[in-house]
Design a protein around this ligand. Structure first.
Ligand SMILES: NC(=O)c1ccc[n+]([C@@H]2O[C@H](COP(=O)([O-])OP(=O)(O)OC[C@H]3O[C@@H](n4cnc5c(N)ncnc54)[C@H](O)[C@@H]3O)[C@@H](O)[C@H]2O)c1
Length: 196
């Protein structure tokens, strides 16, 4: 079976924990504590492949994904440090409202430091990477940035997995249009992967 190719927006603590978990479960299949199902229709954790990553922090942008996952200000527990050398470099995303003003009042190790790079063409990167879905792990409150990435996923004709608490359809009309397109994308992906 082919891999499930994912892109991630926001290489923070959640992304770090997710990818550490994937590696841990992949490399010790006898230890499935914490997983509801190890095998989903023939797919196991090791079938998830990260093909693109986006962030805005200078300690992560332009760095190899492995390095970025363990970079400050990430502070999640490192329970599986033997991460692979993913052939993925973190791209600069548009900042928009991803960094709130009050973050300037915190020490460097506890705040985001915006990189100087120009934002990449997110849709182009998504298309070229072969990603089939984009996971949204942006900070709470970054609604404009979430809308941007959701639209980019639609424009790249891939799925969008929202892992944060936010309602992000810009207007009722556009929302309805996007919802239908998104639904079609998800169904297409499921058919492709033979989940249904
Ligand atoms: N679904 C779940 O089970 C679950 C659990 C915990 C947290 N969350 C949610 O997941 C999200 C991420 O949580 P976290 O703990 O990883 O946060 P975090 O602050 O550790 O990471 C956020 C990352 O997003 C980056 N970022 C900020 N603006 C950006 C932009 N415009 N483009 C790209 N990257 C940008 C930051 O530099 C940082 O690396 C939060 O919204 C949180 O509420 C979900």
């Amino acid at each position: 079976m082919s891999k499930i190719k994912v892109a991630i927006a926001g290489i923070g603590n959640c992304a770090s924990a997710l990818l550490q978990g994937i590696e841990m479960y992949k490399n010790s299949p006898e230890n499935t504590i914490g997983l509801l199902n190890y095998d989903l229709g023939g797919y196991t954790p090791g079938d998830i492949e990260v093909v693109a990553a986006f962030d805005i922090d200078k300690r992560k942008v332009g760095k190899k994904l492995k390095e970025a996952l363990l970079a400050k200000p990430n502070c999640t527990t490192v329970f599986y440090a033997q991460l692979p050398d993913y052939p993925v470099e973190v791209h600069m995303g548009p900042v928009l409202d991803g960094v709130s003003e009050h973050m300037a009042n915190y020490p460097e190790d506890n705040t985001f430091l915006v990189a100087d790079e120009e934002p990449c063409d997110v849709v182009k990167v998504l298309k070229e990477s072969g990603a089939e879905m984009l996971i949204n792990y942006l900070p709470v409150g970054s609604e404009e940035a979430v809308k941007f990435y959701a639209q980019a996923a639609l424009d790249a004709n891939i799925g969008f997995i929202n892992a944060m608490p936010v309602f992000f359809f810009p207007s009722k009309k556009k929302g309805k249009k996007n919802k239908n397109k998104k639904k079609k994308n998800i169904i297409k992906l499921f058919l492709k992967k033979k989940y249904i």
